[in-house]
Design a protein around this ligand. Structure first.
Ligand code: GDP
Length: 462
């Protein structure tokens, strides 16, 4: 932490602007040596003031040749990204020019940063907590507007504040018990009251709520999986192509054309989806098709939403209803009945029996592009209802979820301990373990392994 690091902070390749970042005690000195505000004055510039933008030139240290015309922004710590002295140089973005400037900076005594090292320093200097550091990676990797919204709110400290609040409550409770352990003669003996039980229940409920939020929303990051299924030739591939607005699946009049399930990403109203076109589920002797059908069943099981296709002149069989019921019964999973080919006047439209009236049904023509917008709207509505987006402002990630589960386990020990009037020493250990579990989320008690695994996933320069 007492050395100075540098890296190119923008992606490799050519572009309008490329940014080089320097952080550490020598950042201002190095910039002063290599930078000058005038073309013909290559001796450097010593009067850098914090939080100003300077236009000028970077020179090479040996021959004092101009390397590039740049904008240079010095930021004195702690008012900088890393809370150390930082200098950002905006040069032209080309692999050679950026590399040459970086080499000059390294020659002046900086070290090439490791992946995520700037953000790691921001964390170690306590400018941000671990949830905010993780949110930086989430912002960079966001695949949808909604994922970005949650990452940005976490970056502003939404999750940090809520976890700290829970920790704070437990810390006060622990203090109360420790006073009894340390000074038994000076205070009244600790008697667990309803207040303490309610406090533990309250923290428990909040932890469980966070875990639910993770489970509900993790599909936001990875994409909500929609499986299209139905008999061969019912129009599954045609519907997939309509939803994607491109020809991804092969459409033919020969049953069994789609043998391997085909997956594609799609964004509807800022929500990411993964659409899977499956092989038709039916009896067949073709080995390749059989493999495809087995995969189709797996995809139905793994889907968040199933589009069940039917065409006019057919009816729902008992087995199909059974299938739908089993899908509906799986936690949170939904089915939409889609009647395709309504442009054909071939027999009556399949009807849903009384028992299945609650399942959404829609009539479309994939061929004529009819009802597709309405179907997309239904898909979005179902997903938004499930996510209840308006309610939660934070989405804990898998690492947070594991720490929360650990906290729940420890808090359950505390609760039992309170009810059974357990010894104060044991209660104190369980409360402390709960506090530590929550502390791994924000980073107060995170091990070096956890830090490494988080920051190693960052790109260099972040
Ligand atoms: P899949 O086997 O379920 O994937 O079905 P396909 O998408 O390959 O379509 C089978 C046949 O039905 C093709 O000839 C499509 O052109 C036709 N088809 C698909 N959707 C419609 C529709 O809405 N109306 C009509 N008339 N034909 C359709």
């Amino acid at each position: 932490m007492d050395d100075t690091i540098a890296a190119i902070a923008t992606p490799f390749g050519s572009g309008g602007i490329g940014v080089i970042r320097i952080s550490g005690p020598k950042a201002f000195d190095i910039a002063s040596t290599l930078f000058s505000r005038r073309k013909n004055r290559s001796e450097g510039f010593t009067g850098l003031e914090s939080h100003r933008v300077y236009d000028g030139y970077i020179f090479d240290s040996k021959n004092r040749d101009i390397r590039d015309e740049v904008l240079l922004i010095p930021m004195k710590g702690p008012c900088s990204y890393t809370a150390e002295d930082v200098v950002e140089i905006q040069a032209h973005a080309g692999p050679i020019v950026l590399r040459t400037i970086l080499d000059e900076i390294l020659t002046q005594g900086a070290r090439l940063s490791e992946p995520g090292e700037f953000t790691k320093r921001a964390f170690l200097n306590q400018r941000i907590d671990l949830t905010q550091a993780e949110a930086v990676a989430d912002i960079i990797n966001a695949k949808s507007v909604s994922a970005l919204k949650f990452a940005a709110s976490q970056n502003l400290g939404a999750l940090k504040r809520q976890i700290q609040e829970l920790r704070e409550k437990l810390i006060q409770f622990l203090a109360l018990i420790e006073v009894n352990i340390d000074f038994p003669d000076d205070v009244e003996p600790f008697e667990p009251s309803q207040t303490e039980i309610e406090l533990v229940d309250d923290v428990l409920e909040k932890c469980r709520e966070f875990i639910r939020q993770h489970e509900d929303a993790c599909f936001l990051k990875e994409g909500i999986r929609i499986t299209i299924c139905g008999a061969p030739n019912v129009g599954k591939s045609s519907l997939m192509n309509r939803l994607l607005e491109q020809d991804r699946s092969i459409v033919t009049a020969i049953p069994g054309t789609t043998r391997d399930p085909i997956e594609e990403g799609l964004n509807i109203e800022g929500i990411p989806f993964v659409i899977i076109d499956t092989a038709g589920i039916h009896q067949t002797d073709d080995l390749v098709e059989i493999i495809g059908i087995e995969k189709a069943k797996d995809h139905i099981t793994a889907a968040d939403l199933v589009l069940f296709l039917k065409e006019p002149g057919t009816h729902f069989t008992d087995r199909e209803f059974e299938k739908v019921v089993s899908v509906e019964n799986q936690l949170g999973k939904k089915v939409i009945f889609v009647i395709n080919k309504i442009d054909l006047n071939e027999g009556n439209l399949p009807e849903l029996s009384e028992k299945y009236q609650h399942i959404p049904k829609i009539e479309i023509s994939a061929l004529l592009n009819k009802g597709i917008i309405e179907l997309k709207q239904k898909i979005v509505n179902i997903c938004i209802a499930r996510l209840d987006m308006g309610k939660s402002s934070v989405i804990p990630n898998l690492r947070h979820k594991k720490a929360l589960e650990q906290a729940v386990e420890n808090l359950m020990f505390v609760k039992t301990g309170l009810k059974q009037s357990q010894e104060e020493e044991i209660l104190a250990i369980d409360i402390k373990n709960s506090i530590d579990s929550l502390g791994t989320i924000t980073g107060e008690t995170a091990s070096l392994d956890i830090l490494d695994s988080i920051f190693n996933n960052f790109c260099i320069g972040k």
